[in-house]
Each structure stands twice: as C-alpha cells, then as structure tokens.
Design a protein around this ligand. Structure first.
Ligand SMILES: Nc1ncnc2c1ncn2[C@@H]1O[C@H](COP(=O)(O)OP(=O)(O)O)[C@@H](O)[C@H]1O
Ligand SMILES: NC(=O)OP(=O)(O)O
Length: 311
C-alpha cells in the first residue's frame, strides 16, 4: 500500500464568500473527510497537511484589533495557533467520521516547525496572500491608513500579503515518520509549518507564512511518499484559466510547466506555488504528484482526472 501526502488548501476549509465561522470550517471538513477516509480504508498510509492563509490572516486581525486590551503576538505564534486550531478541527471531525465507518485508527496532529533561511529574499518581497478578500475600494481605505501591501488574488479580490520564505527543513520529520511507522495517521506541517530560523545552533521563530505546498512537497520527499496530492478549489490545472479558451490539463511535463509559468499562466499567489511545489517534489526524487480537488481524489489516483506533473 502507498504512503500518501494530502495537502489541503486553506481556501477549502474556509470557502470563498464564507466568513470562516467554526461551524463553516467543520462542515467543510466533514465534506473533505470522505475521500480521505476511503484511502485509509483501502490501507494507504495518510499524512494530511493543510493551508492556513485565510485563518492566519484572521488571527492576525484579531490580535491587531485587541491590542489595546491584550498583547499582540508575532506572526509565527499566530501560525502555531492555526496549527492547533485546525489540527483540532481536522482530527476531531475525521475521528468522528472514522468511528461511523468503523475505521479503527488513531489520527494525531504534530505541531511542526519549518526551518527557513534568514537571508531568504522573500523577507524583502512579501507575496503570500492571507486573511479575507477585500474589494478594491475597501483595500484602498486600509492602505490610506496603514503601511500594508495587498495583491489581487486570482480574480477573487484583494488580500494582504506577508513574507513567504522557502522551507528548507522540517524539524519534526522524525516524529512524523515514527507515528506513521506505528500506524497513526498524521496531520502535520499546517500552514507550511511554523517559520523558524537557525541561530547559533538554536531555532527561533520568525515572522512569515510559509507556502504549505512547498512545505508539503519537502515533507513528502523527506518521508519518501509515493504520492503527493495538492488539493485545491479546481479539479484540474488549466491554461488560459477563466477565459473562453480555457484548456484543462490531465498531464504536464516539467518543461511545459516551466514554460507556462514564464507565460504567467499560473499566478504567484495561487496556482504558481502549487506548480513549483510539484516540480520540487519530482526533482527531489518523488514519483507521483497530482493537483486536483478533494472530491476527485479517487478518480485522480486512478488517472481519470486531476493534473499529473511528470518529468
Ligand atoms: N491556471 C490555473 N488553473 C487552475 N486554477 C487556477 C489557475 N490560476 C489560478 N487558479 C486559481 O487558483 C486557485 C488555487 O489557489 P488557492 O485558492 O490560493 O489555493 P489553496 O487551495 O491552497 O487555498 C484555484 O482554485 C483557482 O481558482
Ligand atoms: N500557508 C498556506 O500556504 O496557506 P494556504 O494554502 O491557505 O494559502
């Protein structure tokens, strides 16, 4: 049986147009659980990683709005909060659904740190969209008052951006492997892992939000996963996305992917990092990497849909 890493987008847990209540997130996770449980039932070893873009942005706003009453925390600590919060929601929702289906397995969350380089140029050039989507008008009001950077995010509105350095090492890799080797399903590397740097032999947090697709690719390669699934809001990657001549792709070579990236087919804040993460996994020796939506997981594993990136 295969070892499968499933990277679930933060935007699948808080969907477009939703406010992000706990009820909404639980409901979205219930919906997401069935295809994952199918894989567990088939005997695959499952690692769930997840995004936190909407959630960490919301937590940041909560901290900023409450700062006259209670201390603000740095962004890495807010990232840790989202790992706990989402890990809890995922493990509880999935465990309840597993009980309904008599799947007798343990599922547990690992608070995960990802080492980044303090010299990463991303610290000078924020690109990671987090938090809610704003209209142009609302975004301009915020920018007039505060020195924040926003980008237009894949036609869905404007979002605040923060630094997103590349992960270079997953600190808790051995703990994750030990759990998997003992039959425990793992939720880890949430939000790409809590960003930390190495300083004189010690690790310490740094303010950023890591792209969960890069961190998932790194983890998947490190634990020799057979499959990396990057699960998002679309069934397939497309060229000319959203245009009348949109063409969905079942397979794409690395060369094609690099050419399309150059042409701007895959935006930096949304599909771009997923394609780059898929390439990273293959370059690190990974074999199967597929981008699809969670409801199409089974069809994608059978090669019927999704977009498979190949050497
Ligand atoms: N070329 C493309 N093909 C398919 N989807 C695209 C493309 N370009 C942009 N997108 C958009 O990017 C989204 C995925 O990015 P995002 O929502 O940020 O990811 P996540 O699911 O990790 O939160 C898709 O749901 C789609 O709306
Ligand atoms: N951290 C991260 O990549 O989150 P999203 O997938 O929600 O953008």
């Amino acid at each position: 049986m295969s070892k499968v890493v499933l990277a679930i987008g933060g935007n699948a847990i808080i969907k477009e147009g939703q406010k992000g209540t706990i009820e909404e997130q639980r409901e979205n996770l219930v919906e997401s659980s069935a295809p994952v449980l199918d894989l567990m039932e088939q005997g695959h070893t499952v690692v769930i990683t997840h995004g936190n873009g909407p959630q960490v942005g919301n937590t940041l706003i909560r901290g900023e709005m409450a700062k006259s009453v209670i201390p603000e925390y740095p962004l890495d600590v807010y990232g840790a909060e989202t790992q706990g919060n989402l890990g809890y929601l995922i493990q509880q929702t999935f465990k309840n659904k597993m009980a309904e289906r008599n799947i007798n397995k343990t599922i547990a969350t690992v608070v995960t740190q990802s080492v980044v380089s303090k010299d990463d140029s991303a610290f000078e050039n924020p690109t990671k969209p987090i938090g809610p989507f704003y209209s142009k008008e609302d975004m301009e009001k915020i920018v007039a008052e505060r020195n924040l950077t926003f980008v237009e995010d894949a036609g869905r509105g404007y979002r605040r951006v923060v630094a997103s350095p590349k992960p270079v090492r997953i600190v808790e890799k051995e703990a994750i492997e030990t759990l998997l080797n003992n039959g425990i399903s793992v939720i880890s590397t949430g939000g790409g892992g809590i960003p930390v740097i190495e300083n004189n032999g010690k690790i310490e947090g740094i303010e950023a939000v890591i792209d969960k697709d890069f961190a998932s690719a790194l983890l998947a390669a490190d634990i020799n996963a057979d499959y990396l699934f990057i699960l998002t809001g679309v069934e397939q990657v497309a060229i000319n996305f959203g245009k009348p001549n949109q063409e969905n792709l079942l397979e794409m070579t690395i060369d094609d992917a690099l050419r399309y990236l150059d042409e701007g087919q895959f935006p930096k804040g949304s599909m771009g990092p997923k394609i780059e993460a898929a390439i990273l996994f293959l370059q690190k020796g990974g074999k199967n990497v597929i981008i699809t939506s969670i409801d199409k997981l089974q069809d994608a594993i059978e090669g019927k849909t999704g977009t498979r990136i190949v050497m």
